[in-house]
Design a protein around this ligand. Structure first.
Ligand SMILES: [Zn+2]
Length: 279
């Protein structure tokens, strides 16, 4: 009885803590500190943008998609192998000119994004992107950086950006080019003359990204899965355990209480029976 009560109270405390944490993260005190700005694409900013448009020929959106794909479908396997990408590999995070800016994005709320350099707030990520283009273009490390968006063909960015696969005709020449780029990435990032983990990851990279560059339509990209699905699975299992465990202990507690009251009742009946017998 005592044990069951202690366990249930521990669960109640745990649940309260988790609810508190969710509340804190969703209602940040920073939310009302600054006025939420919204930069328009037109006006004076357009002029600045045009002035520097020639400097960066790299799509921020596609670079972001490429980075996300690497993070989700490659990094988990590299972490498992404890593998570091060589500096000359184009998948290396340092080769993303937008990396520093992306790391200076603060996502406060669903409708609030903040610039990590000047702390200005915006209603949507695209306005923050425009702000970076207009105000912090000087922070782009163009000389040393490379454009991640250029790897999109090899990394299947379109499959991620446009989730509903459009039934466009497959171009064998384009598929061949993408496959070639993909295989060259495998060679430079996971050299076959390198450590055993590099050889294993080379094989994995071909399966995960390069094999799908064919017009047969049989192979799909990311066959080995990624981080996202796993994290959703763990989250679901965790939530289910959190919900089911208190129910289980409540069930045990009710059964124990029921049995106890029954034995007490039985004892009372026996006692009463003994007392009444001599009469
Ligand atoms: Zn800023």
């Amino acid at each position: 009885m005592k044990k069951a009560t202690t366990i249930t109270s521990i669960f109640i405390i745990l649940l309260t803590i988790s609810v508190e944490t969710v509340n804190v993260s969703s209602s940040s005190p920073l939310l009302h500190e600054n006025q939420v700005y919204e930069e328009s694409a037109g006006g004076r900013h357009n002029k600045i943008e045009q002035e520097h448009a020639h400097e960066v020929h790299c799509s921020r959106e596609r670079s972001r998609a490429a980075s996300k794909i690497i993070e989700e479908y490659l990094v988990p396997f590299m972490e498992r192998e404890n593998y570091q990408l060589p500096k000359n590999c184009r998948l290396h995070p340092d080769k993303n000119i937008f990396r520093d800016q992306e790391e200076h994005k603060i996502h406060i709320d669903i409708n609030e994004w903040r610039c990590g350099y000047c702390k200005k707030s915006f209603r949507a990520e695209k306005f923050l992107d425009q702000h970076f283009d207009n105000r912090h273009y000087n922070l782009l490390n163009v000389s040393h950086g490379k454009c991640m968006a250029d790897l999109c063909g090899a990394l299947h960015c379109d499959a991620v950006i446009y989730t509903k696969t459009s039934k466009t005709k497959c171009n064998p020449a384009a598929a061949g080019r993408n496959r070639h780029l993909c295989e060259s990435l495998a060679d430079s990032c996971f050299p076959l003359n390198g450590v055993p983990s590099a050889i294993r990851l080379h094989e994995l990279f071909l399966h995960q990204f390069c094999d799908a560059h064919t017009c047969s339509g049989k192979q799909k990209p990311f066959v080995r899965g990624g981080r996202k699905q796993k994290s959703i699975f763990y989250l679901a299992t965790g939530a289910l355990t959190l919900v089911l465990l208190p129910v289980f202990y409540l069930f045990v507690y009710i059964i124990q209480r029921d049995m106890r009251s029954r034995t007490q009742e039985l004892r009372r009946i026996i006692k009463v029976g003994r007392k009444t017998k001599p009469l």
